[in-house]
Ligand binder design. Structure first.
Ligand code: LLP
Length: 386
């Protein structure tokens, strides 16, 4: 991951910290944008995955739109330079204050998740004397075959309007004086690695688009959400997801007219592989059954393993060490047993002071860090600082 020369500089830094490979990020963004542009697809970057200032600024500079899930994210994207006309705002629990902010900014569209929310947006828009563009989020009941905590498109998930309610939703929209329905929105889950899942999504999108059109409602925007997964096992071999194959599925299976726009909300696929969490071994400990590597990073810096039992590849930063391999449980300093990055991880025999990198941590890493145990503010460095 680091050249010999970089390793020396890295060793001098205070750990733990996020390391962002800006060249890889730029290349990933260029590849995804080229594959989308070729098909005239619009991509909104899902800020929730990573809103580090420099990461976000680079994404904005590459011409992406923004997908936000809070008023603060809407404000942050505007402050970063995203045009309001490229901002979508999703989420099942938008507060009045957040809705008002987005209305005042004149964002591209609210992704509306319930009939009641639609009524409130209409009321608040009327109060301000503005009109709101909305896309209706439909829960299509498609299984994303991913971790149950990040599956969002099934009947028992809280997201979107259930299809049984669409008749009523359509009539509420028709009567709403300050709301314009511009599109339909779908997002069925995250870290989806089986592209067939997206094919099933296309079938549902076609079905519901036709349903609205048959009832005389024109649909300008088909927003199919995000969810494209990355290869956590092989961060170097598959550093850039296959965006061509991903967009090609939608190109082939989504029925649409020349005027209909297709929008995406990608988060993880754009930023996951450019980030690693770099941490120092504080202590080594041999238990009765286990060897432990105790790091100075914990679930407070990267929560995914504790929360979703997520796999992240762990490697020694000075990887060409010739020490014999041992199996380690790699753990953090936080006072609970869920604070574990990996069990029985094969690593060269390690000592206090050695550096490890926890890979594929650019998405849902830094943003989900917490100050639990009054830990330090998270630190980060960029590849072009060396
Ligand atoms: N659009 C909507 C409406 C979403 O809810 C999400 C993610 C995205 C787009 C972006 O999805 P992506 O392309 O990143 O898969 N913290 C979890 C992931 C939660 C995803 C939430 N929604 C994790 O660490 O795996």
């Amino acid at each position: 991951m680091f050249t010999q020369a970089q390793q020396e500089s890295v060793k001098a830094l205070e750990t733990p910290f996020y390391y962002y490979d800006m060249a890889l990020l730029a290349e990933t963004l260029d590849r995804a944008k080229a594959a989308a542009d070729k098909r005239n697809f619009h991509v909104h970057y899902a800020l929730k995955a990573n809103l580090n200032d420099r990461v976000l600024a680079l994404i904005q500079s590459k011409g992406y739109g923004a997908d936000c899930v809070s008023g603060n994210e809407v404000q942050k994207s505007i402050d970063t330079g995203f045009s309001p006309s490229q901002i979508t705002f999703a989420g099942v629990g938008k507060s009045d204050k957040e809705i008002i902010l987005a209305l005042q900014q004149g964002i591209f569209a609210f992704n509306v998740e319930s009939i009641q929310e639609m009524e409130i947006i209409n009321e608040l828009a009327a109060g301000l004397g503005v009109r709101a563009n909305v896309s209706l989020r439909i829960n299509p009941n498609v299984d994303a075959h991913t971790h149950h905590y990040i599956t969002t498109g099934l009947d028992d998930n809280k997201f979107g309007v259930p299809t049984s309610e669409l008749e009523r939703a359509a009539s509420v929209i028709r009567q709403a004086s300050h709301v314009d329905l511009i599109g339909l929105h779908f997002h069925i889950g995250s870290q989806i690695t089986d592209l067939n899942v997206f094919k099933s999504l296309c079938v549902k999108v076609n079905e519901w688009k036709n349903w609205f059109e048959e009832r005389g409602t024109a649909i300008k925007v088909l927003n199919v959400g995000g969810g494209l997964g990355v290869d956590y096992q092989h961060p170097d071999e598959n550093a850039i997801p296959d965006f061509e194959a991903y967009f090609d599925i939608f190109d082939r299976f989504l029925e649409r007219s020349a005027q209909q726009e297709v929008h995406f909300e990608l988060g993880r696929a754009l930023v996951a592989q450019c980030g690693s969490l770099v941490s120092k071994v504080l202590y080594t400990k041999s238990g009765i059954k286990k060897n432990f590597l105790i790091l100075d990073a914990g679930m407070t810096e990267l929560m995914r393993p504790a929360l979703y039992q997520a796999y992240h590849k762990i490697e020694r930063v000075d990887a060409n060490t010739s020490a014999e391999e041992k199996l380690y449980d790699v753990v953090g300093p936080i006072c609970e047993s869920s604070d574990c990055f990996g069990k029985e991880v094969p690593l060269p025999a390690s000592e206090r002071g050695d550096l490890v990198a926890i890979r594929t941590a650019g998405a849902y890493g830094e943003v989900m860090a917490s100050r639990y145990n009054l830990r330090d503010e998270i630190r980060y460095v960029f590849s072009d600082q060396f």
